[in-house]
Write a protein that binds this ligand. Structure first.
Ligand code: HEM
Length: 135
């Protein structure tokens, strides 16, 4: 009996200590900080900033944060448009996409998100590539 309890503790304790992706990203507050940093860098990048003129950036900040919270397992339900609709006719190129991802990585680095968590998030966003890039 005792050995059973010991085994259970050994097996399940690491699981309860392990943080899920949402937690590793710093939950809502951490995600909002990273997205703010990313958009700040995007705004300063002449390669892609032009896409964001005439855009309600506070709204985009809210929606990208919500989306990341949602896909990373957090308690959010993404309320924006799907990626195809929201990026339609924008002419986002592969290079534009990579530039934004570059800024997302830099933002996560700055806020000390563990590399494994960075890669996990990028892996969740990568499949959106086909809906966002148009040429
Ligand atoms: C992983 C990559 C990306 C993700 C996850 C993402 C996510 C989003 C989300 C959630 C929205 C709000 C959707 C809505 O309006 O309901 C949005 C809007 C927008 N995205 Fe992206 N996006 C990505 C890549 C890009 C790239 C590469 C560009 C251009 C360089 C871009 C430009 C925009 C612009 C300009 C809007 C605002 C549209 C508007 O309000 O009219 N996005 N994006």
């Amino acid at each position: 009996m005792r050995i059973g309890v010991l085994l259970a503790v050994l097996l399940f304790a690491p699981l309860s200590i392990a943080q899920n992706l949402y937690q590793q990203l710093g939950e809502k507050e951490g995600i909002e900080t990273v997205v703010e940093e990313m958009l700040y860098r995007v705004g300063g990048d002449d390669r892609i900033a032009h896409h964001f003129t005439d855009v309600d950036i506070m709204r985009v900040h809210k929606l990208i944060s919500e989306q990341i919270c949602d896909v990373s397992g957090g308690p959010c339900d993404y309320s924006g448009d799907d990626m195809k609709t929201s990026h339609r006719n924008m002419g986002v190129t592969n290079a534009d996409f990579n530039a934004l991802v570059e800024h997302l990585i830099a933002a996560m680095e700055k806020h000390d998100i563990p590399v494994a968590a960075q890669n996990q998030l990028l892996g969740l966003l990568a499949p959106m590539h086909g809906d966002i890039v148009e040429n």
